[in-house]
Design a protein around this ligand. Structure first.
Ligand SMILES: NC(=O)c1ccc[n+]([C@@H]2O[C@H](COP(=O)([O-])OP(=O)(O)OC[C@H]3O[C@@H](n4cnc5c(N)ncnc54)[C@H](O)[C@@H]3O)[C@@H](O)[C@H]2O)c1
Length: 392
């Protein structure tokens, strides 16, 4: 098909900039691996590359990646390793560093993360440690990583029972987002990815929120294949908003008020307490629901806006609660957030769909409030069996 053919889905290039300088590009593209050489091999250039992926992604897409790099004449080595949330550890990072050493990677060579958010986080951290810093490129293959985990500059692993306790701020050299990988993504992982889109839509973009609510079921059903224009729009808009937010404070050294922390106050405690039976996207969805309950209680969010938000949960099949969403666990989330955010809570809460504010002090959120939030969500969820996760 010719490049001007309307059936050819158009890509888009986003620049991550700060202090007036370009740092890295996020390239939203289609058929990334179809033709060689292409954008990916051009970004690698004459350097050696170690690609890292998981057995699942390797079985589905590994051959296409290897063929693509081979056809483009790239000197590539491939490392396949288990990288679920339970393997998001320093042991995995060290295994990867060991492989990079055995492969003889030099200072100019690079790592390529080819997988979900866990793979991107682990590869980024290994890259930042190896020879005090090798460059890395991300090719995220889950929705969650395409709109969030892979496009920022945070790397990390779980440590001592704490989520992302060890990590670094290291920008990737480039990120290539191909929606086509979502065709093989299991429905539950796809659904979890929509939680991060809902996050950014609720605090920044009412139109994106409406699109997600109205077209979400079709997008999920088709694995973001159709309506193609809507799928592209939702993903491009999410990436643009995320980069815009990140670029205001990329190293989190300009204060601790970050809209992108919406959905990330209670979720780490829920994930940790559940021993990762509640996965990240589901925990974020539950956190958003808890934050909305708190906002209603504090008179910051009108009740009718919550009904619109509930409609989005229904459309996307996102959970409102879990057996781990208790006042105790939520309280632990508050304590950990205060320690992480320089002594203030800075809980992000929506005030309307598309706008948000901060609840700065933990003192505004007493145990009774957390109990009422958890109880009301449990009640809302009884009306909808799929609204509870990990109760099973
Ligand atoms: N660094 C950051 O800024 C940041 C931001 C958000 C989330 N995260 C992290 O991201 C992680 C969650 O990422 P995730 O939801 O992608 O989970 P994940 O990386 O565990 O991937 C989920 C599952 O999908 C499989 N998979 C990946 N691509 C596939 C494909 N195309 N087809 C079929 N199966 C595929 C994987 O093998 C895995 O089983 C969490 O650890 C979270 O903390 C990091």
């Amino acid at each position: 098909m010719a490049a001007h053919d309307p059936r050819v889905r158009q890509g888009k290039r986003f620049e991550m900039r700060w202090n007036g300088h370009r740092s890295y590009d996020v390239v939203a593209t289609h058929d990334l691996l179809r033709r060689a050489p292409g954008e990916l091999s051009a970004a690698i250039g004459a350097r050696r590359v170690l690609s890292v992926t998981t057995p699942t992604v390797d079985a589905l897409h590994g051959r296409a990646l290897q063929r693509h790099l081979r056809d483009a004449g790239v000197d590539a080595d491939h490392f396949v390793v288990q990288l679920g949330e339970a393997h998001k550890t320093m042991e995995s990072v060290l295994a990867l560093c060991g492989h990079a050493q055995r492969a003889g990677l030099g200072r100019r060579d690079l790592l390529l993360a080819f997988g979900g958010g866990v793979c991107c986080d682990v590869v980024g951290l290994a890259a930042s440690l190896t020879r005090r810093g090798l460059p890395y490129i991300c090719v995220p293959t889950t929705l969650l990583a395409q709109v969030d985990a892979a496009i920022g500059l945070k790397t990390g692993v779980n440590f001592g029972g704490r989520k992302n306790y060890l990590g670094s701020f290291v920008p990737p050299e480039a990120v290539f987002v191909d929606i086509g990988f979502l065709r093989t993504l299991p429905a539950d992982d796809l659904r979890r990815g929509t939680a991060e889109i809902l996050k950014i839509a609720l605090v920044r973009d009412e139109e994106l929120f409406s699109l997600l609510t109205e077209r979400g079921p079709e997008l999920l059903e088709s694995h973001f294949a159709s309506p193609a224009r809507v799928a592209d729009l939702v993903i491009h808009r999410s990436i643009a908003l995320m980069l815009d937010e990140l670029s205001r404070n990329p190293y989190e050294d300009r204060g601790y008020e970050r809209l992108v922390d919406f959905g990330h106050t209670f979720s780490p405690a829920i994930e940790e307490t559940s021993l990762h039976r509640v996965l990240h996207g589901d925990a974020v969805a539950i956190d958003i629901a808890v934050s909305c309950m708190i906002a209603i209680e504090l008179g910051l969010l009108p009740e009718y806006e919550w009904h619109r938000i509930l409609a989005a949960y229904r459309a996307l099949g996102l959970p409102l609660t879990s057996v781990y969403c208790t006042a105790d666990v939520l309280g632990r989330g508050v304590e950990a957030a205060v320690a992480h955010r320089g002594g203030r809570l800075n809980l992000v809460v929506p005030t309307t769909v598309g706008c948000a504010t901060f609840v700065p002090d933990a003192a505004s959120i007493d145990r009774g409030l957390l109990e009422r939030a958890a109880d009301r969500l449990a009640l809302e969820a009884t009306a909808r069996p799929r609204a509870t996760v990990a109760a099973t």
